[in-house]
Design a protein around this ligand. Sequence first.
Ligand SMILES: Nc1ncnc2c1ncn2[C@@H]1O[C@H](COP(=O)(O)OP(=O)(O)O)[C@@H](O)[C@H]1O
Ligand SMILES: [Mg+2]
Length: 235
Amino acid sequence: MNPLLQTRNLAAGYGDFQALFCIDVSVRAGEIVALIGANGAGKSTFLNAIAGLVRPASGQILYKGEPIGGLPASRIVCKGIALVPEGRRLFSSLSVEENLLLGAYSGRPGRWDLDAVLGLFPALRERRHHAATALSGGQQQMVAIGRALMSNPELLMCDELSLGLAPVIVREIYAALPAIVAGGTSAIVVEQDVRLARQVSSRFYCLQEGHVRLEGDSASASDEAITEAYFGVHA
Ligand SMILES: Nc1ncnc2c1ncn2[C@@H]1O[C@H](COP(=O)(O)OP(=O)(O)O)[C@@H](O)[C@H]1O
Ligand SMILES: [Mg+2]
């Protein structure tokens, strides 16, 4: 069976600066794949290239076998790929509910609507009319995930969900992931916490300076190999 998402030889960058080189990554339906790597390795650039926010310089992005590289971000959301961006990027003047409803603009049908998202994150229900910025960091992250789910994605891409959050809150947020993928949704999670990334995923890719240095099964990969791929040192 074809993977849901596949990149072949994907390269991308900013002006003269190349941030990604020859990236071959695939994600199967229903799978959670972790993308790990140090700060600056290219993780966000990869997700943003898939989401249509960074233009690929060369190579292919295939979604359900169809090339989508270079399509505008709005078209990519309509095809069923949603990004929870690094830093959450909520609309501060809008309420929780308004932020969530913005995620539904693609009009994709599916199981996620306002009520389903508030059921997934009950803390948001009683705060639905509050300004998004009045919420705690963890609750804001729930809004960002919920907003992405409102587009009823088949592929959910999460960029550093744990950034700036206390460990107990991070666990609470990641606890929602099984319910999200239970309906057949796939996920790519970018995560700096390698242990956490391995716990929540079935496979991982480790980026270093824009290259995939290692890929493997999250449960069985050796810590030494990951450390080497992550830091570029021989342990
Ligand atoms: N908007 C940008 N303009 C120029 N360079 C950028 C921009 N965004 C990221 N970079 C550079 O691209 C490289 C990869 O960054 P990024 O994808 O954000 O890494 P990560 O998410 O793994 O921390 C880094 O060297 C970073 O400085
Ligand atoms: Mg990043």
